[in-house]
Unconditional design. Structure first.
Length: 186
């Protein structure tokens, strides 16, 4: 039987980190709604970056979109990379984008929860690792927590915590990988 979120035998970064995120202790309906909100907000933000038309969306998400617009001002975005795959570690992940500033590339990921996630640093490190494997020279990892009230986003910068991610990957594969659960990208 195929495990949900498994792509061509590879482990998704978010699936690896899910058991360490604390999301299992939150009501699944709340997590499902948050995942849906995040997906819609990401789609709208992608359209804004690419200067594409935006479909109608729930007006309750407008604050997140306004928060994103404040954050994006003045940034030079690179074309969004495709999902990354690494045959060495057998992992895959997809960052939300890259931007260039002063000749340096920042990998970013957009978030919509009300507080910082405990695994964001490791998620960013894994994404940076994957991006570097295909030739991007990543100078910084930035997680951008968009705010529901439309105010300036909260930006988190993380050191590259790849060793921590690798420890989680080992534990995930030994104890969690073959347990079929409903989990979400976060």
């Amino acid at each position: 039987m195929k495990i949900p979120n498994e792509i061509e035998g590879m482990d998704r970064v978010t699936s690896v980190l899910y058991p360490f995120s604390g999301l299992q202790s939150i009501d699944p309906e709340i997590v499902r709604n948050a995942a849906h909100r995040g997906s819609i907000v990401h789609q709208v933000c992608d359209c804004i970056i690419s200067d594409l038309p935006i479909d109608d969306y729930d007006p309750s998400y407008e604050g997140y979109i306004n928060s994103f617009k404040l954050w994006k001002d003045g940034k030079t975005f690179l074309q969004k990379p495709a999902r990354f795959f690494d045959d060495e570690l057998m992992i895959t992940g997809e960052c939300d984008g890259l931007y260039e500033e002063n000749g340096e590339i920042t990998l970013f990921d957009l978030k919509t929860p009300t507080r910082e996630g405990s695994t964001w640093g490791m998620q960013g490190a894994a994404y940076a690792y994957l991006a570097q494997k295909v030739g991007y020279k990543i100078a910084r990892v930035e997680f951008v927590r968009l705010r529901k009230d439309g105010k300036a986003a909260v930006v988190y910068h993380y050191p590259l915590m790849m060793q921590d991610f690798l420890l989680c990957l080992e534990v995930y594969r030994k104890y969690f990988k073959n347990i079929i659960t409903e989990n979400f990208d976060y």
